[in-house]
Design a protein around this ligand. Structure first.
Ligand code: APR
Length: 234
């Protein structure tokens, strides 16, 4: 096994579950009878903008009621103290990694706290509701803003940067994701292909568990803290 210098971490809804944000596919799933694939699409936004905007406005407002948990804090500590390369790629659209202090991170599926203009393509930080059709700060068009969320059928953000990090990774760690959604679900295979060790930390084995060298089962607040301690303190 080669020495570990470059680390890529993929996180999913499971890392925020203990902060009180429901996961997508669990029994207490966020979508209450709706298949996520039926709501989270450009077609759904065009067909029923009130439903989709209201849904995301509620999710954005809910961020004010939750706090980062021990897993977010441990990853922020790793980010601050790890001297090699590190990239936290989150599928989550909440802001809990950055509120815990993580810096070397990106949101591949977009962010609730950002709005995207359908007219000019501009992205801007956004903290309030979109349902009332506010104007875009860049082009002035009213009613054109949508949540800056990567819907099904759209290309995730920063894929080139992620692919490059996966190619260079010595260790790939997947935390709290079911492995149901590509391309993120395929990152383990890419990282392995280029020689990385691979570790999964999850409450249940994910769909792609068999691709990992090692899987540890348990809550993120416990497993992530233990793993970061192991890595930093030996
Ligand atoms: N600790 C660790 N893992 C947990 C915890 C916990 N406390 N609670 C739940 N999990 C695990 C579940 O076992 C499951 O494997 O987190 C995973 C959550 O899976 P999903 O709900 O499918 O969420 P995610 O994998 O992030 O979804 C991927 O799908 O809907 C889209 O764009 C959305 O980014 C999302 C993507």
């Amino acid at each position: 096994m080669r020495d570990i210098s470059n680390i890529v971490i993929l996180t999913g809804a499971g890392v925020s579950a203990e902060s009180g944000l429901a996961t997508f596919r669990g029994p207490d799933g966020l979508w209450e009878g709706h298949r996520v694939e039926d709501i989270c699409t450009p077609q759904a936004l065009a067909r029923d903008p009130v439903l989709v905007q209201t849904f995301y406005d509620a999710r954005r407002a809910a961020l004010a009621t939750v706090e980062p948990n021990a897993a977010h804090r441990a990853l922020a500590r790793l980010d601050a103290e790890w001297t090699g390369d590190l990239l936290i790629v989150t599928q989550n659209v909440d802001d809990l990694h950055e509120r815990a202090g993580a810096v070397r991170m990106l949101h591949m599926h977009g962010e609730l706290k950002s709005a995207l203009c359908r007219r000019c393509g501009g992205r801007a930080p956004w903290a309030t509701d979109l349902i009332d059709g506010p104007a875009c700060g860049a082009c002035g068009q009213a009613g054109g803003l949508r949540p800056d969320i990567v819907f099904f059928g759209e290309m995730p953000y920063q894929m080139e940067r992620i692919e490059a990090a996966l190619e260079d990774a010595d260790l790939f760690v997947s935390i709290g994701t079911s492995g149901a959604v590509y391309p993120a679900a395929g990152f383990v295979q890419t990282a392995r292909h280029y020689g990385a060790q691979t570790l999964e930390l999850n409450l249940d084995p994910s769909a792609g568990s068999h691709f990992f060298h090692e899987t540890r089962i348990g809550p993120a607040s416990q497993l992530v803290v233990e793993w970061v301690d192991e890595l930093l303190d030996g």
